[in-house]
Ligand binder design. Structure first.
Ligand SMILES: Cc1cc2nc3c(=O)[nH]c(=O)nc-3n(C[C@H](O)[C@H](O)[C@H](O)COP(=O)(O)OP(=O)(O)OC[C@H]3O[C@@H](n4cnc5c(N)ncnc54)[C@H](O)[C@@H]3O)c2cc1C
Length: 265
């Protein structure tokens, strides 16, 4: 048994292909267009937004005599008027590690705009259970000890069952190992540390960040999304420019000015 703490790894993000973008800008008649976007995600968001009205420069669309300058203002306006779908183009890829199945079960309730790959406890045998203690338990030495003892006991049971079924024996067919491993997970604790890859577009991340860092949300998901919020605000300042951060009960609470962005007209 090992004590762990939830971790967030930012492992990928959408990037712009400059050659393709240059070719498109030439095609649309705005080869000289540039942006001060601080990231590819914000550049892509601006391009996809401007494509709608051909608003790369005044007069490209004869109905457009003025265009909004500056990526912060452009993306900020998309968020304010509620063109949330434009924020769906760029995706961010995370791995959440040493998180419990309590956390992953809550996370997967967010279905829209996500992709998920979760560590399989059907294939991956439990040999070393990871435990993170919520504050209310960590602050109580008797409760902490009880959690630890139960985890140790359940880990022993996993090892014992593996031995009983001779899973490490010679020539044990993989399908049998899988069968037994899958059965054994039923008596693993829901608090055991596991990992999940989670990809989501920025519209979704804004929504989940708001919901899951709210004081009503569960401590572990608040902790994880607090880390997500820190990364997002630093990396994509214009997409998350309307968020404010307040510390509630020791955890960051991210509140957007424009909640759950949807077209308002
Ligand atoms: C504090 C807290 C407590 C919770 N407690 C419980 C609980 O006790 N029991 C429980 O079962 N769940 C609970 N949940 C989960 C909650 O009910 C939602 O399922 C979860 O937060 C997913 O959010 P979402 O519905 O916004 O879906 P997302 O998948 O994040 O979707 C984003 C948005 O897209 C739209 N959308 C998504 N799917 C559809 C659809 N099928 N049709 C139409 N529009 C759609 C909605 O506008 C939705 O808000 C809790 C969540 C929180 C934050």
């Amino acid at each position: 048994m090992r004590r762990v703490s939830p971790k967030v790894f930012l492992i990928g993000e959408t990037r712009v292909i400059d050659e393709g973008l240059d070719a498109y800008l030439k095609h649309v008649g705005a080869p000289e267009w540039t942006t001060d976007a601080p990231s590819d995600a914000e550049k892509l968001t601006e391009v996809c937004g401007r494509l709608c009205y051909k608003s790369f420069k005044p007069g490209l669309n004869q109905n457009v005599t003025r265009v909004r300058e500056g990526n912060d203002k452009y993306v900020g306006n998309l968020v304010e008027v509620g063109h949330g779908s434009v924020l769906e183009h760029a995706v961010v890829n995370f791995v959440f590690a040493d998180v419990s199945r309590v956390f992953t079960h809550e996370l997967v309730r967010h279905r829209v705009g996500t992709a998920i790959s979760q560590e399989s406890l059907r294939y991956v045998r439990l040999t070393d259970l990871g435990l993170w203690l919520p504050t209310v338990i960590a602050n109580d030495s008797s409760a902490s000890q009880m959690f630890q003892e139960i985890f140790e006991y359940l880990e022993k049971i996993q090892l014992k069952l593996a031995e009983m079924f001779n899973l490490d024996g010679d020539k044990v067919p993989f399908h049998f190992k899988k069968l037994v491993t899958s059965a054994m997970r039923r008596i693993a604790p829901i608090g055991l540390a596991t990992s999940i890859a989670w990809s989501a577009n920025h519209r979704t991340i804004r929504h989940v960040l708001e919901m899951r860092t709210a004081p009503e949300a569960e401590e572990e998901i608040r902790l994880v999304f607090g880390k997500v919020g820190e990364l997002m605000l630093a990396r994509y300042p214009n997409i998350y420019g309307d968020f404010t951060v307040e510390v509630v009960e020791g955890l960051s609470c991210y509140r957007p000015k424009h909640s759950k962005i949807q077209v308002k007209h």
